[in-house]
Design a protein around this ligand. Sequence first.
Ligand code: FH3
Length: 314
Amino acid sequence: MSRMEPPQQTSLAHETELMERRMLEEIKRRRDAGQDSWALEDFEIGCPLGRGKFGRVYLAREKITKYPVALKLLVKNELVKHEMEEQLTREIEIQSHLKHENILQLLTYFVDEKRVFLVLEYASKGELFRELNAQKHRRFEEPKCAKYIYQVASALQACHDCQVIHRDIKPENILISARGDIKIADFGWSVHNSSQTKRRKTICGTEHYLAPEMVKNMEHTHLVDNWCVGILCYELLVGRTPFESKSSPEAFRRICKAHIDFPPYIGTLARDLITKLLQVKPEDRLCLKEVMMHPFIVKHWPLKSVDDAPKPAK
Ligand code: FH3
């Protein structure tokens, strides 16, 4: 039994779903007709939503279906200058094949002479870190944290099932949909899991979210994402990350020791979940399916029925 919603919300959700279906049908129609070519004139451009390293993101609307999208513009020269072409190709390849209700969908993409355009699902409630910073004491109560951690773990499980490691989970890379659900985004640092991903030239991910094996530039696996879920859970409940320090060397030292200080208001179940994720040895970390069934999650975000179970994408 799905949760009852007030009539006006049902009709809004229904209308949005109809527009989404029309947009997906239009994408499929063009692909089947061999006209998988989209162009800027297919969209009405709205307000800027933000800027990434290599371009801007605008709210836009597809002209035929009126479906709102986030249009990410990347400047080719900038991509070449920063040797990011391969990373963009990987981001498009990975995100276009990942279909999950908690993963921001890459609907399609196209290029013109100077730019690459990514047509992304629009998450109308914006970035998780803004919602977090807007809270009293800049932290969530347990129920909202449990819901978000469940949905992040569900999305990452879908990535791992496709041999994809995100590697840059943090509030800045998580968006919130109109229905208040998580949408993980920015697969710019994601990779296909080659059993033990080899050493990299540069450390990827954000310092406070780096797993010990990344700090030590050792080979790493999908379990780096499990570490990030532990850091994220701590930050959503406390309002800061657990190993923040005055200097990077001190932060890295604390990460490699994984000694966690909990404020007094953090409950036993939350401490248990976070501690079981922030294990120095990757193989000791809780797996994502255990995260989704952990007492801290089940207490606040129980799957009331099969209807609530994670649905494969449309
Ligand atoms: Cl890619 C993308 C998709 N949906 C979004 N919704 C918003 C947004 C909505 N409000 C009310 N405020 C904002 C902001 N932004 C987006 C959006 N991007 C992502 C880009 C950088 N962040 C990531 C994770 O890529 C900035 C806007």
